[in-house]
Write a protein that binds this ligand. Structure first.
Ligand code: GCU
Length: 620
């Protein structure tokens, strides 16, 4: 208990006193929120677009929230004139509104390109609660920086656009008329994670759900459960109480497996467990079996569903539940723009994207280039899709800046803590196409160590790059210090698109000298749906299909080839794709158009996967 409170206090202190420099990042303590009943705070929020951060700084550019008594012109005070002569230059009640969850770029035409601050306000009544209950406000994600205030008081600052965070608000709520205000700032920064340049749209806003949790004084804050020995069919893990004195009883049940364990919390509120499940069905894409889990202690009960599986490597083989598996993958951005939207904003949109992957006969999705929303990962658990999950350590991050590292590590920790119980997730990825240097190797080496400390039940990887041998430009090589520390050697290659024409793939052979599985995390090329021509005409469906044919033939010959996640499932918005009439703000490498229309290359990849599935079934 002491440990977790101290960590919690440190976490909240760090974010409550933004004056601490250098700006440090608190890895958000986990809070199992997804399956808990909660008061939804999503829906309509009032907004004020504030490009000059007029509601945050006074005219001397001093933050209002560091003043003893903030001015009524600080937007987070949500002030109203008391006298007709009072000068207050904002009014949330008369302001426009946006839907939460959702990015602002695709909700209001004038915000399509906006990069700056938008103030959001939600007013709400506190739910009925026992005097001893505790309340937490939970955010699924806010891109990119969130300054959060409740009833005029700062709760904290969160940085990182794709991971959950929360604040305890016990004793801070009013029966009626609570004012929750969030200053959301999606400006890009060289020292941020990601940095200035990305090949995806910088969707700003409260892009995932917000909810108010009401829990007993002593509640189940977190748990971890996994199959830790395939041979012995052993399940191990732990339960973490918050508010415990030590000695509390905890009941753990998996009814379908006749598991009923009574545990006892130690002085920190933690209890470990381990048991065998000889008759358990192992989770796999073919049989995504999930078991109901119920954890109860005192007045609190937490329910969830978990799959039991093992993932490992043996030399160049990738093993799921001890058997070789081929990853029939596809890369996916968290964007559903078929109906004009941007960021995926609900489970239905998430389900649509993953069903497109299933149509491809995929058994694996690379959720690029940042942790996707929790619906995506939980649906993958249910639909039998293995998952590669990654943090946006993308391209030219500022490797030498400690605050940048702390930010990356906080995002890594939050990603792992949120999804550590999802069987579908088999790979944590540290980086994408990062240029090799000593500073980068050190930065990623620290991240890898942290990832293994947090979770040694999954594999580590990263999307690396290839180059050609200096003495033979037809021999492609993957040589990267990062390959020494990850479990699977993954790399992106664009022969036929950025690197020669598709026919070049006929001549290239590969040298990848690591005794590890080899995974091609990206290849592909662009095509505008409905644009037809010969296989030499770029951006036609025929060119893209031809590129896929050539690429698949080439990579299928690579020794240790265990799968691929071509770039990408569907066309997606990017400020780097400006070719009128073809791209029009979209990266066209999708196998589907943004409206979900399959292109010719879709059928090339599906055919390859159908054949792979048959051949791997035949070998089992
Ligand atoms: C890169 C990068 C992607 C990008 C893609 C492209 O490999 O990883 O984020 O969208 O290539 O150029 O389309």
């Amino acid at each position: 208990m002491k440990g977790s409170i101290t960590r919690w206090l440190c976490a909240s202190l760090l974010v409550l006193c933004p004056g601490i420099s250098p700006l440090t990042f608190a890895a958000d303590l986990p809070l199992q929120a997804y399956t808990r009943y909660a008061t939804p705070l999503s829906g309509e929020w009032k907004i004020i677009v504030d490009p000059y951060e007029n509601g945050y700084y006074n005219y001397r550019y001093e933050p209002f929230d560091q003043q003893e008594k903030p001015s009524v012109n600080a937007f987070f005070t949500d002030s109203k004139p008391k006298l007709p002569s009072d000068l207050i230059e904002y009014d949330f009640d008369k302001a426009a509104s946006l839907q939460v969850p959702g990015d602002w770029n695709t909700q209001q035409e004038k915000l399509y390109y906006y990069e700056g601050s938008v103030w959001y306000r939600k007013t709400f009544a506190a739910p009925a609660a026992k005097k001893t209950d505790r309340q937490f406000i939970y955010f699924g994600a806010v891109n990119y920086r969130a300054d959060v205030y409740l009833n005029g008081k700062k709760l904290g600052v969160h940085i990182g656009g794709f991971t959950p965070f929360h604040y305890e608000v016990t004793g801070k709520l009013k029966a009626q008329g609570n004012s929750l205000i969030v200053k959301v700032d999606n400006k890009r920064h060289a020292d941020a994670v990601p940095t200035l340049n990305t090949d995806w749209w910088n969707y700003g806003g409260i892009t995932r759900e917000v909810k108010l949790l009401n829990v007993p004084h002593t509640f189940i804050r977190d748990y971890r459960l996994a199959l830790t020995s395939l041979a012995q069919k052993t399940v191990s893990g732990s339960v973490m109480l918050d508010g415990a004195k030590g000695g509390e009883k905890i009941q753990l049940r998996l009814p379908e497996l006749n598991i009923k364990q009574t545990l006892k919390a130690d002085k920190n509120g933690k209890a470990n467990f381990s048991f065998t499940v000889p008759n358990a069905q192992l989770w796999s894409p073919e049989n995504p079996k999930l078991y109901a889990v119920t954890i109860s202690s005192g007045k609190d009960t937490l329910t969830d569903t978990v799959g039991l599986r093992s993932i490992s490597t043996q030399g160049k083989q990738l093993l799921l539940n001890g058997k070789p598996i081929f990853l029939r993958g596809i890369s996916v951005h968290e964007e559903y723009s078929a109906t004009g939207g941007g960021r995926v904003k609900n489970a239905k949109e998430a389900q649509t994207l993953l069903s497109w992957a299933k149509e491809l006969n995929a058994n694996f999705v690379r959720l690029a280039h940042y942790p996707h929303n929790e619906d995506m990962v939980r649906l993958a658990d249910q639909m039998g899709l293995l998952v590669w999950s990654e943090i946006p350590v993308y391209w030219t991050i500022n490797w030498k800046n400690e605050a940048t590292y702390q930010n990356a590590e906080a995002q890594l920790s939050a990603m792992i803590e949120r999804d550590k119980n999802r069987a579908a997730v088999i790979i944590w990825s540290l980086a994408n196409e990062t240029p090799v240097s000593d500073a980068r190797n050190q930065f990623l080496g620290r991240l890898a160590k942290k990832a293994r400390e947090l979770d040694n039940t999954r594999l580590l990887s990263a999307a690396m790059e290839k180059h050609y041998r200096s003495d033979n430009s037809n021999i492609a090589v993957v040589e990267d210090p990062l390959a020494e520390i990850v479990d699977m050697v993954s790399f992106n290659q664009y022969i036929g698109w950025y690197d020669g024409l598709p026919e070049k793939a006929d001549k290239v052979t590969w040298e990848i000298n690591y005794n590890k599985p080899v995974f091609i995390s990206e290849f592909g090329g662009g095509a505008k749906k409905g644009y037809h021509g010969d296989t030499n005409t770029i951006f036609t469906e025929e060119f893209q299909a031809h590129l896929y044919q050539k690429s698949l033939t080439m990579i299928d010959k690579i020794d240790g080839f265990v799968g691929t996640s071509p770039w990408i499932l569907a066309d997606f918005r990017s400020p780097r794709r400006l070719l009128n009439g073809i791209q029009d703000d979209y990266n066209r490498k999708g196998l589907y158009s943004e409206k979900g229309e399959p292109k010719k290359a879709f059928f090339v990849l599906k055919d390859f996967y159908d054949k792979k599935q048959k051949s791997t079934q035949a070998n089992q």
